[in-house]
Design a protein around this ligand. Structure first.
Ligand code: ADP
Length: 814
């Protein structure tokens, strides 16, 4: 009985009991009303009948006498009868309800059928769904599995029933799976959890899967099972991976393009830095390149040699703004400023936001200016080498926090490169100063050597000339002491002449003022000539000369005189540096397309440490100067220069001191087809014929004019002399000689003024004039010929050569 039925029963009974207690018809009607109302409210007729019977039984138990009971029974029967109609009505209602029920039953059946259809549909869905569906108990034992689950795991769905899902999870994840499984029942009622595990398939393969799991609960909320959705996410993972790789590739490509941009930028900076040795221009160019790349402003400070710091340049993309920076001081930076502080610390600093007001870190110039320009981010990168700080790069950007670590690294990199460039430029500058000094010193040395050569030569001319004349004189023949003296005089004068010539040669060769007169010549012939000339010298010293020359001619294209000079020098050295009784071997050979002369001696040898210097000027093995044999240490230096001018090589070998030396000379073979001149025909000059000509000699060296006068007169010339240009001109005007021989460098009137005057003087204009000078370079010869001289001759002139020339010129004049 429901709560409402009990209430009705209670009210009905209480009405009945009131009636029995003498409550009259009203009490009975009240009970009757309760019953009617209950039926009207929907309490069923049968239920009301049961209430009536139960209430009657209770009322009967309360009667005290049989009469009372009978009375109540009668009344009850009446009541029942009275109540029957409502019960009938109720019964009718019941029938109606029954009909309704039947109708409902049909509905239920229809609904059941619909449900069944739905269930089948669900089953189909369950079975043919593309994803795996599983129903398990709370331990994960499979109770139901769809076809897809079977396909995924590789076992028919029916065979999955009874197996545990755990066994299909890859071994390494099973513990985790089991732990999660245990925690599931405590989970929220309807929540679906998504797990990711690798699932093993029967073949032993595995695939990544998502497992959607939900706890199934009964009506009282108790967990009774689990539903699973199993999905193969291999494809998704592959796509995710591809996406990730794509992302990585994109990032790499971005990084590469950034790196390429940076590389190109640095390469450009590098090119700028090597483009010029003017570091100020270069740093300005670098600043102009930095600005578009990663700064709004770039300022460059330089440390001067006197350690003062000054602003070199200020660059902004907008030139109007750059002009605004002209207000910044270009003078030395305050030594207590921030710029000076960073320079003294020597390492880079960055500021992510320039403080609005000056503080200790960034105060004074140029920061107030940069602040006004809206600069927020700053990098201060010192330009420094390992040894010293050379300057500072100041980079500014309007955005705050603009400069990250890599910007700082880049700025430092640029600063380092700038430092190298500035350092190189400074070193280059220092080097050019030193080089200029060295060149100046060298020029002074060459000038000195040139002057020395000339000044030595002039006095030697008469000494040698007179010695030569004395040697021929019959007065000496009977006086051995006198002839020995003259011989010593001549030998020593020749030594000094050789020194003077060496000095002049070195100067000429180092100034590249030597003109080689190349002609095809046979080196064997040159060597033979040198041997013949020097043989007396070798024999005099008791040296054996062994010659092994290549039988065929060694033709080269060379300057005969110069190559003779080289070979003579090598031979003279071999003789000079070999003790009496030693041997000198001279060999010649051809090695591929080169000819080689080898001069080997058994002499004093060369110390290994000296071997490398032997061809340098003024390098000598002996410390004694100007002894009879010694030279200035110029012979080999000159020889090397001459050989190099011929495109050849010369070198020395020696096993060491006391063990002899070998000198090699190699020259390229002359191209075939060059007509070989008659090799033996060294022009021999016929003795000069005395011709009666009037020669005027003009020279301020009286000794020279005296000697030449004597020698020319001995050849039959009539000789007039004059001590300078002025006297010479006067003499010429007065005497009108057939020919004039004049020095050029003279006091009062030099050779150039003289020739000018002579050529202007009637009667003298066509007289041949020979310039006899100590200046025999091509430039000197050209100068005198252009000035009007008829010919040029080097001092000291061989008298027969001079005579030949005089005759030739006289003949031309007719
Ligand atoms: P020098 O006038 O001193 O001979 P060179 O230039 O000809 O000048 O030679 C330079 C130096 O090389 C010589 O002083 C000598 O020490 C060394 N030298 C040259 N030739 C020989 C040689 N054949 N044997 C040993 N030393 C030699």
């Amino acid at each position: 009985m429901t709560g409402t039925s009990q209430e009705i029963a209670h009210q009905y009974l209480s009405g009945l009991l009131q009636y029995l207690a003498g409550g009259g018809e009203a009490a009975l009607q009240s009970a009757y009303e309760v019953g009617r109302k209950a039926i009207a409210d929907g309490v069923g007729g049968l239920e009301m009948l049961a209430i009536h019977q139960k209430s009657l039984a209770v009322a009967l138990r309360n009667t005290r006498t049989a009469k009372e009971s009978a009375q109540l029974g009668e009344r009850a029967a009446n009541f029942f009868a009275e109540s029957l109609s409502p019960f009938e009505m109720a019964l009718r209602g019941f029938r109606e309800a029954n009909d309704q029920l039947s109708r409902n039953l049909a509905d239920v059946r229809t609904a059941h059928q619909a449900l069944e259809t739905e269930r089948r549909r669900y089953r189909d869905l369950f079975d043919f769904a593309p994803d795996g569906y599983l129903v398990t108990d709370l331990e994960g034992r499979i109770e139901e599995a769809n076809r897809a689950a079977g396909v995924l795991i590789g076992i028919p769905a029916a065979s999955l029933t009874g197996t545990r899902l755990l066994q299909f999870v890859v071994e390494e994840s099973r513990e985790l799976f089991a732990t999660r499984l245990k925690q599931l029942p405590q989970d929220d009622a309807n929540r679906v959890q998504d797990w990711e595990f690798d699932i093993l398939v029967r073949t032993g393969d595995r695939f990544p899967a998502t497992l959607g799991v939900r706890v199934v609960r009964n009506a009282s909320g108790l967990a009774v099972g689990l539903r699973w959705l199993l999905r193969d996410v291999t494809e998704r993972k592959r796509m995710e991976e591809e996406r990730a790789q794509l992302l990585v590739r994109e990032q790499v490509a971005r990084a590469q393009s950034e790196a390429a941009r940076r590389f190109a930028f640095l390469a450009e900076i590098g090119n700028l830095l090597v483009a010029s040795l003017d570091s100020e221009t270069t740093l300005g160019d670098v600043a102009r390149r930095i600005v578009p790349y990663f700064a709004d402003w770039c300022l460059v400070y330089l440390v001067e040699p006197d350690d003062r710091i000054r602003l070199l340049c200020t660059v902004h993309q907008d030139s109007a703004k750059t002009d605004a920076a002209s207000l910044l001081s270009r003078g030395p930076v305050n030594p207590v400023s921030t710029i000076a502080r960073v320079l003294s610390l020597g390492h880079a600093e960055t500021f992510s936001a320039l403080p609005e007001t000056a503080n200790e870190a960034v105060a004074g110039e140029p920061f107030d200016f940069l602040r006004e320009q809206g600069i927020q981010s700053l990098i201060l990168a010192p330009i420094r080498t390992h040894q010293r700080v050379l300057g500072l790069l100041v980079l500014g950007a309007v955005e705050p926090d603009q400069y990250q670590h890599d910007h700082m690294a880049l700025a430092e990199d640029i600063a380092r490169r700038c430092a190298l460039a500035v350092d190189n430029a400074q070193l280059y500058h220092a080097m050019t100063v030193e080089r200029d000094k060295a060149a100046e010193a060298n020029r002074a040395k060459d000038e000195f050597l040139g002057i020395l050569g000339h000044e030595l030569r002039n006095p030697l001319v008469p000494i040698l000339g007179w010695a030569r004349n004395f040697r021929k004189s019959s007065a000496l023949a009977g006086d051995p002491a006198l002839s020995q003296g003259v011989e010593a005089l001549e030998r020593n004068a020749r030594n000094i002449l050789r020194l003077a010539d060496d000095c002049l040669d070195l100067v000429r060769i180092s100034e590249r003022k030597v003109n080689l007169e190349k002609e095809p010549l046979d080196l064997n012939q040159t060597v033979r000539g040198s041997i013949e000339t020097l043989r007396p010298l070798a024999e005099e010293k008791g040296l054996q000369l062994v010659t092994r020359l290549c039988p065929s001619g060694l033709w080269v294209l060379g300057d005969r005189t110069r190559l003779e000079q080289v070979i003579n020098n090598l031979l003279i050295n071999a003789i000079k540096y070999t003790e009496p009784g030693g041997q000198i071997s001279i060999r010649s050979s051809t090695i591929s397309d080169e000819h080689e002369i080898e001069i080997q001696d058994t002499g004093i040898g060369i110390a290994p440490e000296f071997l490398g210097q032997i061809f340098q000027p003024f390098r000598r093995g002996s410390k004694e100067w100007l002894t009879s044999d010694a030279g200035l240490g110029l012979g080999l230096a000159i020889a090397r220069k001459i050989v190099e001018l011929h495109g050849g090589t010369i070198w020395a070998e020696s096993p060491g001191l006391g063990r002899g030396s070998t000198f090699h000379l190699r020259l390229g073979a002359a191209p075939s087809g060059i007509p070989a001149p008659d090799s033996g025909s060294v022009a021999r000059r016929e003795p000069v014929q005395a011709i009666s000509l009037r020669v005027l000699l003009i020279d301020d060296h009286k000794d020279i004019t005296d000697l030449m006068k004597m020698e020319l007169e001995a050849l039959g010339y009539t000789v007039l002399t004059a001590a300078d240009g002025q006297v010479g001109l006067d003499t010429a005007i007065r005497e009108v000689p057939d020919i004039i021989v004049s020095d050029v460098k003279m006091p009062r009137m030099d050779g150039f003024q003289l020739i000018e005057n002579l050529r202007r003087t009637p009667g003298l204009a066509s007289v041949p004039v020979i310039a006899l000078t100590g200046f025999g370079m091509k430039r000197d010869v050209e100068a005198v010929l252009t000035a009007g001289y008829s010919a040029h001759l080097n001092k000291p002139a061989d008298i027969s050569e001079l005579s030949d020339l005089i005759q030739k010129l006289a003949a031309q004049c007719g």
